[in-house]
Structures are given as structure tokens and as C-alpha cells.
Ligand binder design. Structure first.
Ligand code: FHN
Length: 420
């Protein structure tokens, strides 16, 4: 099937042979990750000088054209004493997420790690004086999750030669190449040498970066940690896998390694006036939809300036974890199933098994499959510990499975079909 180019923004996943790369095995198995956007922007939380600033929270410096000297002062107030790495990692683990991607440096340029290349970081510039990435690295090791870093390689509204700030600095006078060589690369090296094994580096908004610069970042990452993946937003259609546009789920199966980065409400960084939370049903179905098309779901939380993940996010992640606790077998390590494009169901597969995700339970529990490429030898509900067999019969052009009359799971009932 043709790749939905419209949905994919950056990445090389269509590269011939890419699917054979075993470095991606853990990521293909994982299917579900936690994205964390956390930085100084959590202090204004969408409000500047008494005005609510429209748009996503972490863009407040740009949207409100806040001068560097003024924005910098937020660092003196940043003291997230309620931050608890063990709690965050445990939340992700209980949600069924297998990796965490946290903002080491977002577009505002503030470093959430102890960098020796700047004092504009959480250890040197805040009363908090702790390195949360170090604490998360230790907890991820302890609890068995992979830690990954988001790093804004092109936009840096604080650095005089970074891209994007035209209210403090004169864009044409910037030495962007110098910024990449003498700031971005040393920091990427720092991130890959100070925190143990890193699952992936998540670059973003490549904008003006050249192919040579993108390639040199990929090479640098692979030179220091060969197993570390690089997402496609490093720019210029390279990297180990592709990301769709934010919150976009492709309309059809993609023969590629890809992910959807997504929000639970409408912002990435914490915003006190964003209460537009997606329901657990919506989120679980989005996860299943993505996995059935071969992708990963990287779902975001935006902690507060105190270091607390908002309760509505916690509640939703817990609900997802409860569903995955029962149905995870039909998600982790699966590939897209043969039945695509049906409104009422999604399919995923493992060798010898086809998982039918029924979103819209049919009348009388009669599940009619319009034809599968293999012979169905038995069926049972994944949530049924007794694995009681459901009657399976052939009918013209397809298969009929007789399930319970009422939907066992209103969100997604998974029927396991054993196939030849
Ligand atoms: O500009 C960023 C945005 O703040 C956020 O980090 C998202 C996450 O995918 N990426 C960029 C916009 O696509």
C-alpha cells in the first residue's frame, strides 16, 4: 500500500531495508511511550502579564515576544520541589508505556539538565539545583523503562545564534552553523555520555538545518551510542524512523517505522486554562488505531512548575494501563493485521494469532469477517482467562464468529483468532 506521505512530516522510514534494522526492535515492540514537555514555560502556564496567550503553552516566549532578559528571570522562580522521578516513571510503567521522552532543551533554550556549555540550566540557574534527567535516568534503569531525550536542535530563542528569536536578535546576522557546531553538538554529546544508555534522541522543527548538519547529528549520535535511535525530525528526511504531524493519525496502514506524537489535552507544556482532555476511550482507541497501522503512540504530559503531572493526565494514563493490563498482548510486539479500513474493528497480528479489536460490537454478537488470508481454527476473548472457545464457522466469502450478545468491553473488545 502506498505510504500516506501527507501524514508523515520527516523521516527515512521508507528507506529500502529500514525495516530490517534490529536497532529498532525494542521500539517496534514497545508501541507506546510517554512524552514529557517540562520547562520554565510551566510557570506562566499560558498567562503573561495578566493576559492569556493563545496557542500551546511551551511557545509562550515566542507568542508573547518575551525578551530573553525577562524570560530568563523565570529560572530564579523554578523550584519544582514536588518532582519525584520514581513517581513519574512508575506512572508510565503502570500506564503500559515502555519508554519516556523528556525535553532536555525545548525551543526556549532552557536546559533541563546540568550542562557545562551554559549556565542557563536547571542546576546552575534555579533554586531547585537538581538534575531531573539524572534522577529519571536512575529510575528508568531501576524500573526497566528506556529514557530518551527531546532536543530542539534548530530553534533556540535564548541563544543569540539559534533559530527563531527575531525580537532580541537580528536573524540575518546569526551564525547558525557556529551554533550547531559549538553548542548543539557538544550538548548532544553531553546528553549521550552522562546519563547511561539512551533509547532515542527526539529532534524537532528542523527548519533551516542543512542535510549536512542533520547528517552530522545522526552520525554523532550513532558514533557515541550506536544503538540510540534518531527520529525523523532531525531534518532532511533522514533518521531512523518517521514522525507524523502532531496529533495526526494516518488514514491507512504505512509500510514504515513511524509514530504519532500526541497531546492528551491541546497543549504540550502545562497551561492552566487548557481543560480539553480527551477521554480514556478516545485515547485507547487512538492507540489501537495507530498500532493497527504499524505505528507507535507517543503520548504527552505537561507537568506543572511544582513538578506535578496534572491529575486528569494521571487518570487517563491509569485507565489506559488498566486496559493494557488485560489486552496488552494484542498491542505490544504486534504488526498490522490483514483487515484494514473497516469502521467497526482494527486488527493486529503475531505469528499464528490475529487480534480482532472490536470497537462497535455487532447485533447478537455476530462478528462477520469479510475474509482473512488464513484459516481461522479457533477464537476466544482475550479478556477471558478461561479462553472459552467462541463458535467459528465459514460462510460465503468469510468467517462468522459468535460472541456474547452484549459488548464485553465498551471501549475495545479483543477477540483472539488462532490462524493457520
Ligand atoms: O514546536 C514544537 C512543539 O512545541 C512541540 O514540542 C511539538 C511536539 O511534537 N513539536 C513542535 C511542533 O511540531
Amino acid at each position: 500500500m502506498a505510504v500516506d506521505q501527507g501524514a508523515i512530516r520527516q523521516g527515512s522510514a521508507q528507506r529500502p531495508g529500514a525495516r530490517q534494522d534490529p536497532r529498532l526492535d525494542w521500539w517496534r515492540e514497545a508501541r507506546f511511550g510517554l512524552f514529557i514537555h517540562w520547562g520554565l514555560y510551566a510557570i506562566p502556564a499560558g498567562e503573561w502579564k495578566g493576559e492569556f496567550v493563545p496557542g500551546i503553552g511551551e511557545w509562550i516566549m515566542h507568542r508573547a515576544r518575551i525578551p530573553v532578559a525577562e524570560y530568563e528571570r523565570l529560572a530564579g522562580q523554578f523550584n519544582p520541589v514536588r518532582f519525584d522521578a520514581a513517581e513519574w516513571v512508575s506512572l508510565a510503567r503502570r500506564a503500559g508505556q515502555k519508554y519516556i521522552v523528556i525535553t532536555a532543551k525545548h525551543h526556549d533554550g532552557f536546559c533541563m539538565f546540568d550542562s557545562r556549555w551554559t549556565d542557563y540550566d536547571i542546576v546552575d540557574a534555579t533554586p531547585f539545583n537538581r538534575d531531573p534527567l539524572r534522577e529519571l535516568a536512575a529510575e528508568c534503569q531501576r524500573q526497566g523503562l528506556r529514557l530518551c531525550f527531546y532536543y530542539s536542535q534548530t530553534q533556540d530563542w535564548h541563544h543569540p545564534d539559534g533559530d527563531g528569536n527575531d525580537w532580541d536578535y537580528d536573524e540575518p546576522k546569526k551564525d547558525f552553523a557556529g551554533y550547531v557546531e559549538s553548542y548543539v553538538k557538544p550538548q548532544v554529546r553531553e546528553l549521550l555520555t552522562s546519563y547511561g544508555p539512551i533509547g532515542l534522541i527526539w529532534f524537532d522543527t528542523p527548519k533551516r538545518i542543512t542535510l549536512e548538519q542533520s547528517q552530522s547529528l545522526v552520525d554523532l549520535v550513532h558514533e557515541i551510542q550506536p544503538a540510540c535511535l534518531v527520529n525523523g525530525r532531525v531534518g532532511n528526511h533522514i533518521g531512523d524512523y518517521a514522525s507524523t504531524r502532531d496529533n495526526v493519525i494516518p488514514s491507512e496502514l504505512l509500510h514504515a517505522d513511524w509514530e504519532t506524537p500526541a497531546t492528551i489535552n491541546d497543549t504540550w507544556g502545562f497551561k492552566k486554562d487548557d481543560h480539553n482532555w480527551k477521554s480514556p476511550q478516545d485515547l485507547i482507541r487512538k492507540l489501537v488505531d495507530i498500532v493497527s497501522k504499524g505505528g507507535n503512540y507517543l503520548l504527552n504530559v505537561g507537568p506543572t512548575a511544582e513538578g506535578v503531572i496534572p491529575q486528569p493526565s494521571v487518570d487517563r494514563l491509569r485507565a489506559m494501563g488498566q486496559w493494557l493490563e488485560v489486552n496488552g498482548e494484542s498491542v505490544y510486539g504486534t504488526r498490522p493485521g490483514p483487515l484494514q479500513g473497516l469502521d467497526w474493528c482494527r486488527t493486529t497480528i503475531k505469528p499464528g494469532q490475529l487480534y480482532l479489536h472490536v470497537l462497535d460490537w455487532p447485533a447478537r454478537g455476530e462478528l462477520r469477517l469479510p475474509g482473512t488470508p488464513s484459516e481461522v481454527t479457533s477464537a476466544h476473548l482475550l479478556a477471558d482467562p478461561a479462553r472459552a472457545a467462541l463458535p467459528v464457522s465459514r460462510e460465503s466469502g468469510g468467517v462468522l464468529i459468535k460472541g456474547p450478545a452484549t459488548p464485553p468491553d465498551a471501549i475495545d473488545t479483543v477477540v483472539v483468532l488462532t490462524v493457520d
